[in-house]
Every structure is written in structure tokens, then in C-alpha cells.
Design a protein around this ligand. Structure first.
Ligand code: NAD
Ligand code: UD1
Length: 339
């Protein structure tokens, strides 16, 4: 049985991926400093799967401490989720973002090299397509110009990983470019638990629904899109997690560097999200229209053909599932993991 190290595995996408990997027969080890998560998330993973999960509280930048994880476990592959991800905060604190995101990547690569771990899957983002590529995005497009330091860290980390794989022919790298993950596990036990005021659309909608926020502001209604609001490729986090299982199956058998978009290929507008949420849950979302948000693109969505052709993966869940599962998680856990 192969053992997968989930760096940042207590977070939103990592916890859902842990469930799907365990359910597919993999052993997982979680390493996290809980800077944007908590041990309770891992406990919930254990509740869902009925398996115990070996966990290390460690800052992944700290190569020496990270080594313990590699010494005590025979790791077959690493999935690198450990990063800071708030776009606005990255503009205010660029050095923090470059330090955390780049150094976690370098520390993982150093340990992997030292302990002969040759498989790395990286959490990248559609943000690397930048401003100049046309939608739908395909993997062979060049990385574009980002509007914020968070996006640049993803561009840089993709480059670092490609260079490392070029230098070490035994090192395999899969770059997964996520589109907009939303939703939660159908059990309602794990989900997205942002600290403070949510930056992203769906957690904000969910907090308005549960009464934690008064109203949603829709950023801009004068875009060149069918209803004037921005369109995105929203993907259910469980579909996304299953994409990681397929990527692990793949990387354990294949060598080289591959890039995959993980999206549905179908864009929805902000207004469609609000309407679908209301219909799926029966809860009204108080909303107003406001100015455009700086840095937002009118549209972002994937061409997801490559993941289907190579990994045999495609999304199964609908936008209605995404809304229902978000609401199930939020209404069962109005304050997230905090009791
Ligand atoms: P998250 O914040 O819930 O999870 C990231 C985890 O990494 C957290 O548990 C955090 O505590 C941990 N972490 C951060 N820095 C660390 C460090 N130095 N040492 C140890 N642990 C550390 O975020 P998520 O939504 O699960 O995202 C996971 C990855 O996917 C991130 O790299 C993110 O940039 C990327 N991504 C996310 C989205 C999205 O919309 N959620 C979209 C594209 C890409
Ligand atoms: C954002 C980031 C992206 C990152 C992704 C996941 C920006 C410019 N991009 O993507 O780099 O990878 O999150 O973390 O921040 N919206 C509202 N009202 C709100 C919140 C959002 O109308 O209160 C709209 C936005 O204008 C956008 C859509 O909802 O059109 C989705 O926004 P969001 O969830 O923040 O994701 P992205 O902007 O696509």
C-alpha cells in the first residue's frame, strides 16, 4: 500500500483529498502548521473514514523538522497543498506570501531529494493563465501575467518544480491547476472554514445564508458576459479530491512532468450562483450590486479534456450539489470547526 504525504492536509482541499485517498486504499500522513486550519478537521476525516490518520504539526518551511516526517514514514508521493491563498492579503504582505509559498516548496523538494521520494503533485491554480490567455484555458498555453503576488507564487512554484524535474530525471511532477473549488463533503462534517471575512464567493454566500453576514455584494454587473456578472468554473471539492486520487494513481506509474486543469469546463455567473443556491436550499440570499473588484477577469474556465483523456477523470457533481453540500456543511457548522 502506498503512503501519501499531504503537506497542508488539514486544509479545505487537503481534508477532502485525505478522505478520497483513504477510501481508495491509500495510507495518508498529514503535515500542517494549522496556520489556516485546525486539528479538528483531521479528526472529522477520521470520523468519516473510520481510519486513524498520522498527523504532524510542523511548519513545512522548517526543513529540519520536516525531515522527521520523511525519516519516520516511507513516503511514496507528496501532495503539496501548503500555501497561503488570500489574494488581497498577498498584495499587502507580498514577502510573507513569497516566503511561505516558495520556501515550503523548496523544503519539500530538499527532503524528497534526501529521502529519495520521487513523486510530487502540486496545488496550482487557474490564476497562472494570467490576463492574456483566452478562455477556455488549455494546458499548453503559456503561463500569463498575474495581478497579485499570490498568483506569482504559483507561477514561480510551477517553474521551480519543472526545473527540479528537468535536473532529476527520476523526479515526477504533476501540476494540478484548480479552477474554483466550492462545496463540501456530503456528510456535512468537513468543509471550507475561512478565517475572518471570506474573500471568495461561495463561503460569503454561505455566511449570508446562515446569518453571519448581512448581505452579499456582487462585484460588477457591466462585464461583457451574458448577464453582466463574471463567470467562473466552479468545481465540487469532492470531484476535485477525486482528481487527486487519479493523479496519484497516474504519478505512481508514470514518469515526467504533466499539467492538468481540474475544472468542469462550464462557466456560471455570480447571479446564477445566487439563484441556484436559493433554489437548491430554499434560503434567500440578500444581495446588492457593487463596483467591480480590482484584478477580476470577466471569465475563467477550463478545457478539461486532458484530464479525461489521460487520467480518466471528469466531474460528476452539479452546481445544485455544490450549493446543497455547502449549505449542509454551513448549517451544521455555523461557526465552522469552532464549536
Ligand atoms: P487551506 O488554507 O484550507 O489549506 C492550506 C493548508 O496549508 C492549511 O491547512 C494551512 O494551515 C497549511 N499551511 C500553509 N502554510 C503552511 C506551512 N508553512 N507549513 C505547514 N502548513 C501550512 O487552502 P485550500 O483551499 O485547501 O488550498 C490548498 C492549496 O490549493 C493551496 O496551495 C491553494 O493556494 C491552492 N488553491 C486553492 C484554491 C481554492 O480556491 N481553494 C484554488 C486554487 C489553488
Ligand atoms: C480568486 C482569486 C484566485 C484564486 C481563487 C481561489 C482573485 C482576483 N482571484 O478567484 O487567484 O485562485 O480565488 O482562492 O481574487 N464575488 C462577488 N462578491 C463576493 C466575492 C466574489 O461578486 O463577495 C465574485 C467575484 O467578483 C468573482 C466570483 O464572485 O467574479 C468568484 O470570486 P472568488 O470566489 O473570489 O474567486 P476568483 O476571483 O475566481
Amino acid at each position: 500500500m502506498s503512503t501519501i504525504l499531504l503537506a497542508g492536509g488539514a486544509g479545505y482541499i487537503g481534508s477532502h483529498t485525505a478522505v478520497e485517498l483513504i477510501n481508495s486504499g491509500y495510507d495518508v500522513v498529514v503535515a500542517d502548521n494549522y496556520s489556516n486550519s485546525c486539528p479538528e478537521a483531521v479528526k472529522r476525516v477520521e470520523e468519516i473514514t473510520g481510519k486513524s490518520v498520522k498527523t504532524y504539526e510542523v511548519d513545512i518551511k522548517d526543513t529540519e523538522k520536516l525531515e522527521t516526517v520523511f525519516i519516520e514514514n516511507k513516503i511514496d508521493a507528496v501532495i503539496h497543498f501548503a500555501g497561503l491563498k488570500a489574494v488581497g492579503e498577498s498584495v499587502e504582505k507580498p514577502v510573507l506570501y513569497y516566503r511561505n509559498n516558495i520556501d515550503t516548496t523548496l523544503a519539500l523538494l530538499e527532503c524528497m531529494n534526501k529521502y529519495s521520494v520521487k513523486n510530487m503533485i502540486f496545488s496550482s491554480s487557474a490564476t497562472v493563465y494570467g490576463e492574456e490567455n483566452p478562455v477556455p484555458y488549455t494546458e499548453q498555453m503559456k503561463r500569463g501575467t498575474c495581478t497579485n503576488p499570490y498568483g506569482w507564487t504559483k507561477v514561480m512554484m510551477e517553474q521551480i518544480l519543472e526545473d527540479a524535474a528537468k535536473a532529476d530525471k527520476e523526479l515526477s511532477v504533476v501540476l494540478l491547476r484548480y479552477f474554483n473549488p466550492i462545496g463540501a463533503h456530503e456528510s456535512g462534517k468537513i468543509g471550507e472554514d475561512p478565517q475572518g471575512i471570506p474573500n471568495n464567493l461561495m463561503p460569503y454566500v454561505a455566511q449570508v445564508a446562515v446569518g453571519r453576514r448581512e448581505k452579499l455584494t456582487i462585484f460588477g454587473k457591466d462585464y461583457d458576459t451574458p448577464d453582466g456578472t463574471c463567470r467562473r468554473d466552479y468545481i465540487h471539492v469532492v470531484d476535485l479530491a477525486k482528481g487527486h486520487v487519479k493523479a496519484i494513481d497516474y504519478i505512481l506509474k508514470n514518469n515526467g512532468v504533466e499539467i492538468f486543469n481540474l475544472g468542469t469546463g462550464t462557466p456560471y455567473s455570480v447571479t446564477e450562483i445566487v439563484d441556484t443556491f436559493e433554489k437548491a436550499t430554499g434560503v434567500k440570499i440578500n444581495h446588492v450590486y457593487g463596483d467591480r473588484r480590482a484584478g477580476d477577469l470577466p471569465e475563467s474556465y477550463a478545457n478539461a479534456d486532458k484530464a479525461l483523456a489521460v487520467l480518466g477523470w471528469k466531474t460528476e457533481k452539479t452546481l445544485e450539489d455544490m450549493c446543497k453540500d455547502t449549505w449542509n456543511w454551513q448549517s451544521n457548522n455555523p461557526n465552522g470547526y469552532k464549536k
